[in-house]
Design a protein around this ligand. Structure first.
Ligand SMILES: Cc1ncc(COP(=O)(O)O)c(C=O)c1O
Length: 367
């Protein structure tokens, strides 16, 4: 039986039932850039709200956006496919490449959409739950699983959601060497700029060695604070891009998202957002230390988000929501005693510490 995937972020119906609006809460549950979209991007969107722009269909080929992405990635535009968020791309990869009855490995705990997309296409999912400390993968063990099972595809998120763990280039190379040559590697780098490591592990293999068996997934919604607009892209060889394009509905990247993407990728805009995210990572590391000092079990992370072991997570989430603070209950990741929190601005981060302390004292959520 297939189910929709639970996500963090705002549940509009739940808030309405509580008599709240999104403006009433602080959202620690979505891992994105709390500084929001850059003013240049907002201005570009405003300027694009014209009758011709809205009346006509968007450019199906996203020519200008593709070109802008290709320039920032230093790659030929034929290697790029813009999508309606990285989430559309996950579905396209499954539509294009998952055959009924085939076997697929997902390095877990991780984003739930991979499993759903594979199962919708009739593929068999073999989740491989991390066995190392802090849900880091024991590479030797993953290698042995790949050798034994020889999956048709391997899905991994780097840095990972929800753990914030990062696989190094050497670790990824070791994993890839253990698989058959035709295994397709689906590497989700949606949080690439939210860790101290900005290197793309797949891009080089695709750009320089034309490796057919890697698809890199990127999101522009997180880094540029554009989750409501939806924008992501694939990096893969032109042959793979063409297969993904066949699976993609026409016009799925709307005109305003295309305009926003082009504005966001201007070098000075991009540089400023990267500075903001580096600032966010600095806020995050101060915050982890403060949270740990209150006695909480905060797991090490390479990103601006992390797991905290609080005891029953659904209860902790509910209790925090009463204080108008939203966190991710990680039960759907297979971590029912953990919440995931993403750093916000320092004043907001302090409010979560205070609320967690209050809850701890009244035993509403923390065990
Ligand atoms: C790992 C991962 N990949 C992809 C997505 C989807 O991103 P987008 O907003 O670009 O569709 C998310 C969203 O939370 C995510 O966590």
């Amino acid at each position: 039986m297939l189910h929709t995937v639970p996500h963090g972020d705002i549940n509009y119906g739940e808030l309405a039932q509580l008599g709240l609006t999104p403006d009433d809460i602080i959202d620690f549950s979505a891992n994105s850039n709390p500084f929001g979209p850059h003013p240049t991007v907002l201005e570009a969107i405003r300027a694009a709200v014209t009758v011709p722009k809205l009346r006509h269909y968007p450019d199906r080929d996203c020519l200008e956006l593709r070109q802008a992405i290709a320039l920032t990635e230093d790659i030929d535009p034929r290697f790029i496919l813009p999508t309606n968020g990285a989430n559309e791309l996950i579905q396209l990869v499954a539509l294009a490449f998952i055959k009924p009855g085939s076997r697929h490995l997902i390095l877990s705990p991780t984003f739930g959409e991979y499993e759903r997309a594979i199962r919708v296409m009739g593929g068999h999912v073999q989740p491989y739950f991390a066995t190392g400390s802090y849900y880091r993968h024991d590479i030797a063990h993953v290698v042995s699983v790949i050798r034994q099972t020889q999956p048709a595809t391997v899905w991994l998120c780097n840095p990972n959601n929800p753990t914030g763990q990062y696989l190094t280039p050497a670790e990824l190379a070791e994993l890839r060497a253990s698989a058959q040559e035709e295994t397709l590697w689906v590497i989700d780098e949606s949080y690439q700029y939210f860790s101290g490591f900005e290197e793309s592990l797949g891009r080089r293999a695709i750009a320089h060695h034309h490796n057919e068996n890697i698809i890199v997934m990127r999101s522009l919604t997180k880094e540029h604070g554009l989750a409501g607009l939806r924008l992501g892209f694939a990096i893969a060889t032109p042959e793979r891009i063409e297969q993904l394009r066949v699976a993609q509905p026409a016009w799925s990247v709307n005109s305003l998202a295309q305009v926003a993407g082009v504005a966001a990728l201007q070098p000075e805009v991009q540089a400023e957002q990267r500075r903001n995210i580096r600032q966010l990572l600095a806020y995050a590391s101060t915050w982890w230390a403060e949270l740990i000092a209150t006695g909480l079990r905060v797991l090490p992370t390479s990103t601006s988000y992390t797991l905290i072991e609080t005891g029953p997570a659904a209860r902790t989430r509910q209790a925090l929501l009463e204080s108008r603070l939203l966190v991710r209950d990680c039960s759907s990741f297979g971590l029912p005693n953990h919440i995931r929190v993403a750093a916000q601005l320092p004043e907001q981060n302090r409010q979560l510490i205070e609320a967690l302390n209050r809850i701890g004292k009244t035993d509403k959520g923390l065990t």
